[in-house]
Design a protein around this ligand. Sequence first.
Ligand code: FA5
Ligand code: MG
Length: 459
Amino acid sequence: MLKPRLVYSTWKGSIRLYGVTSKTVKICGKCYGADDKMTNVTQSIIDLTGRSLHLQKCHPVGILREAIETRLNSTDNAFKSYNKFEPVVSVYDNFDSLGFPINHPGRSKSDTYYINSDTLLRTHTSAHETECFSQIHQAKETKPGFLISADVYRRDEIDRTHYPVFHQMEGCRVWKRGLQNEHIDQLQKSLAILQSQLAQQKTKIVIEDDDSIEGNPAQAYMSDIEVNLCSQHLKRSVELVISEIFEKKLESMRREGTLKLPSELKCRWIKAYFPWTAPSWEIEVWWQGDWLELCGCGIVQQEVLKRAGFEPNSTISWAFGLGLDRLAMLLFEIPDIRLFWTQDERFHNQFQRGVIDSFRPYSKYPGSTRDVAFWLPPGKNFDDIHTNDVMEIVRNVAGDLVENVKLVDQFTHPKKDKKSQCYRINYQSMDRNLTNSEVNELQKEVVKQLINEFDVEIR
Ligand code: FA5
Ligand code: MG
């Protein structure tokens, strides 16, 4: 039996009371058994599972999703789109099927929302790769590639660029090896189209490419020419997406009369590691003085293709996973990721299908800061209270009324050997003014839950 626990969540000022923890958890109309050890998903997260921002035609995330799908299919119409997968997946699909080692940090309860020990809210769209590959294997799908866009869930910190839900687009492409090497022909033809499309883009990308295989080995079953063509096809496809998106952004900056327009876009490919691709890379874009990581990718491990049903050595494939939200924030000039989730018309009225416009802030409501400082229970270490768990408590109490939470101080009292932490919480709404008493109320509830959950002593 789980301890019944009351959690408050606020939405537009009204405070709702939830009995979060019960024996079952209902998500997208289905009931799942909860369990004592693993369940950590909360009602405020469950409430977000039905929003599907990526399907809204006039929402920045939806506009971006559609633009990328269109561009990728302009090469040879190779991708089937899957945009309606529900967020509940098995631990097997999210981690095991992709070869995540048992001790991978992504599996931990402090990073992932578990429904029970077998089921979780997907942490990435790669969770659906095996299923979609198997559709191609069974010839239920005739297109040789697919795109999966969906909401993904991660327990994380709270600030302007982090939200427990964000959106990814997965892209995969498969070539069946032919007896006469027909797949090499197909790869070369498709690559030639990609290259000419890139050459025609108005926005030129200047690329630094780390393609050394040191520490990033190819798989033994593939020939050098296959690795080379498949990697190039992958990289040029991702570059096409990026140059297209930034081209749209530059058009909008021209319309808005921005004076200093960059004449080219600097990108770099860097080596990466993902358990289910080899070799693997990430791409970063230089934008307003910073490298921005947009996407992870690589050549799909044969084990994944075999799990999807393909005969050994029969198939080669690439995959990428692109984050939509941070890219949308940058393109649409959205200062706070919470804005994506607002229901305020003043936000939604600003965007139209197919167009990348800069967001015009309608108002900036003041924030209100509160500190909470506490002693850890005797014998406990700083590691025993994960920052993500503190964040989760604040998120549950204050929902979108919290802008930022920071651990601002921690020390050990030399004589008493007691350990102290101080968190600073900034309460701020995107849509309205918060009253002082409302903020006090929220803070009181946060303190109460910190005591209940961690047995801390408030200083
Ligand atoms: C992945 O999630 C892999 N599934 C990507 C992949 C797919 C690799 C297929 C290989 C083959 P990563 O955790 O780096 O990787 O996330 C991918 C992208 O999602 C990042 O580049 C970033 O753009 C975005 N992203 C990651 N974490 C966040 C976050 N907390 N908030 C917003 N965007 C994020
Ligand atoms: Mg990454």
